[in-house]
Design a protein around this ligand. Structure first.
Ligand code: B16
Ligand code: MG
Length: 216
């Protein structure tokens, strides 16, 4: 029986992925490393430092900078990103998301957020949806990023539920893998080539509703 729905943020609740892309693009240009939307797919659901490593892999390599230089580049990216996400308003909620949050709340399901973004609480405030959530995983305390199950397991454990009774919603391949590794069913929204392993694939968030989740 479905008892909880656990959401990813970037690409599921709002399209903050486009701001991550814009911010990393500036860093990549500065470093003269090629970086486009296709390569950006690899960064979705991946931590800040690992994202930088993936960008460097496309250029001089992840070992070409010291740990402290990489930390400085991550901070620089985050400053650009923080400026960009200030413009987020409730109108930036992806279609169908608020309706699904309401349906889950009314049905008495637990609602969790499994975003590895340290900026997630700020974005939730900007979107004015914080009050829907029973648990928001603290990205700073999660040791292993997606595709490891840790962030989804953190939500499931906080609800004291069996993972088999929880569903995760993701837009990234690493996220679908993380949901499955946590022992949950996975709903994938977005391009089907990224979502191959999902139990239910939807072309966009507008297609989400509680009935479809329950049928899983
Ligand atoms: P930050 P999600 C992830 O969020 C993004 O998909 C990924 O691109 C980003 O690098 C990561 O958060 C860390 O974000 O730099 O803001 O801490 O998809 O798990 O909601
Ligand atoms: Mg995502």
């Amino acid at each position: 029986m479905l008892q909880a729905v656990i959401f990813d943020l970037d690409g599921v609740i709002t399209d903050s992925a486009k701001y991550h892309f814009e911010a990393w693009k500036e860093i990549a240009s500065k470093l003269q490393i090629p970086f486009d939307e296709t390569y950006n797919e690899k960064l979705k659901g991946v931590s800040r430092l690992e994202s930088l490593n993936l960008i460097l892999d496309n250029g001089p390599g992840r070992d070409s900078f010291s740990e402290s230089e990489k930390e400085a580049l991550c901070t620089e990216k985050n400053e650009i990103y923080k400026e960009l996400i200030k413009k987020i308003t409730p109108s930036d909620l992806l279609p169908g998301i608020e309706r699904l949050l309401k349906e889950c709340k009314e049905a008495g399901l637990k609602i969790g957020l499994a975003s590895v973004s340290k900026n997630a609480p700020f974005i939730m405030e900007r979107l004015q949806i914080s009050e829907y959530f029973d648990h928001v995983a603290d990205a700073a305390k999660i040791k292993r990023s997606k595709p490891f199950p840790d962030i989804f397991s953190d939500c499931v454990e906080s609800f004291n539920l069996l993972p088999a009774n929880c569903i995760g919603i993701e837009d990234a391949k690493a996220g679908i893998e993380a949901i499955h590794a946590a022992g949950m069913k996975a709903v994938g929204v977005g391009s089907p080539d990224q979502m191959e392993e999902a139990d239910l694939v939807l072309s966009g968030t507008f297609e989400l509703n509680l009935q479809k989740l329950r049928s899983l």
